[in-house]
Design a protein around this ligand. Structure first.
Ligand SMILES: C[S@@+](CC[C@H](N)C(=O)[O-])C[C@H]1O[C@@H](n2cnc3c(N)ncnc32)[C@H](O)[C@@H]1O
Length: 340
């Protein structure tokens, strides 16, 4: 009995580990998102032949992919070779307010870095830099297509983060927001659209802010928004902001770089300004699982990693700031600070 029990346990363990190392679901998911397949079956079940014809794809391959994703609970095969979305899969449609179609991190340059995780573990070096021979942002600067994909990905997560930040923080009395490392201005545009007397500046690398002006025009906020391109390690940051937002920026840098960046924000702040860092924080509770994942992701991609409240407090202090509070949200916490 003892022998067969342990064999069964070993069998369970093997099945469980096999499940953990199975890459088919993530890659199948990425393929159907790239191809926009969820949109094709949004209005009810369709045959594999119809879906393949309308998307210009190979019927046999597509059938394999959809069956894998049906097992994962995203589609159902309602009758043989006919597929429709489940309520879970519905979020993959492009036209959903919180669409996750573009939210997957499985872009080629990141997958290549993950494939060399063992190098990072051996040496402590970021796998991204090892594989690509340059840092993350230098790499993206020369590759507009990959940058555009990354931007789509950021838009998907920004929608969720904005919703949480709006609920958690009182923005209504804020006059001017400076979004430091604010990418193409999507987060700021949405804030300005919500608060009609607010003004804002987005600051980011020149290639990253190229489309910000258009984003502001499209959101109907261009008259209250400015765009500044530059490196936050070289150019002075725009002065006069009431709130300096750094959303998913600080954890991409090691401690000395983070203190340098925070000091530069500190120099641009006036006596009443606040800094609001929005990123994962290493603390107990529901958010810990996300912090653990994001920490490794950052280390592989060449960043500083996720920090504890004490570590953040220390960085703030070294930069002449005082951490005033951490506001938890279901998405990312907001870490607020003031001039000391
Ligand atoms: C993870 S992204 C976050 C973007 C945006 N805040 C968001 O949450 O969607 C980090 C941002 O930092 C910007 N960045 C990286 N290095 C920078 C530098 N030296 N100066 C200014 N911005 C930089 C990147 O271009 C990118 O937009």
């Amino acid at each position: 009995v003892a022998l067969s029990t342990s064999a069964a346990v070993r069998g369970d363990a093997a099945a469980e580990v096999a499940h953990l190392v199975d890459p088919t679901v993530p890659f199948a998911l990425r393929a159907i998102c790239n191809l926009g397949i969820a949109d094709q079956v949004a209005k009810g079940p369709k045959s594999i032949t119809e879906i393949a014809e309308s998307t210009g794809t190979d019927r046999h391959m597509l059938l394999g992919v959809l069956r894998v994703l049906a097992q994962a609970g995203l589609f159902t095969e309602s009758e043989p070779e006919h597929f429709e979305l489940t309520s879970l899969g519905d979020i993959l449609r492009t036209d959903r307010a919180l669409s996750m179609r573009h939210a997957f991190q499985l872009v080629d340059h990141e997958v290549a870095a993950w494939a060399h995780l063992d190098h990072s573990v051996r040496t402590g070096e970021a796998a991204f830099d090892h594989v690509h021979g340059e840092g993350y942002w230098e790499y993206l600067a020369g590759r507009p297509d990959e940058l555009a994909r990354r931007r789509d990905n950021q838009h998907a997560t920004t929608r969720l983060e904005l919703m949480a930040a709006l609920r958690a923080y009182d923005w209504s009395s804020v006059g001017t927001v400076i979004d430091v490392g604010g990418g193409d201005g999507t987060f700021l545009a949405k804030l300005l659209a919500r608060f009609r007397s607010m003004r804002g500046v987005v600051f980011d690398l020149p290639f990253a802010v190229e489309e910000a002006r258009q984003v502001f025009v499209d959101a109907g906020v261009a008259e209250r928004a400015a765009v500044v391109g530059g490196s936050f390690f070289e150019s002075p940051l725009p002065a006069g902001g009431d709130v300096y937002v750094l959303k998913r920026v600080l954890y991409a840098w090691d401690d000395d770089q983070a203190v340098d960046l925070l000091s530069r924000v500190r120099r641009a702040m006036h006596g009443e300004s606040r800094i609001v860092v929005i990123e994962p924080v290493w603390q107990e509770g529901e958010a810990l699982a996300n912090a653990i994942l994001m920490d490794l992701l950052m280390l592989v991609m060449g960043g500083g990693g996720v920090r504890t409240p004490d570590e953040l407090e220390d960085l703030f202090s070294r930069a002449g700031l005082v951490l005033t509070r951490i506001i938890d949200t279901p998405v990312l916490p907001l870490v607020e600070g003031r001039v000391r």
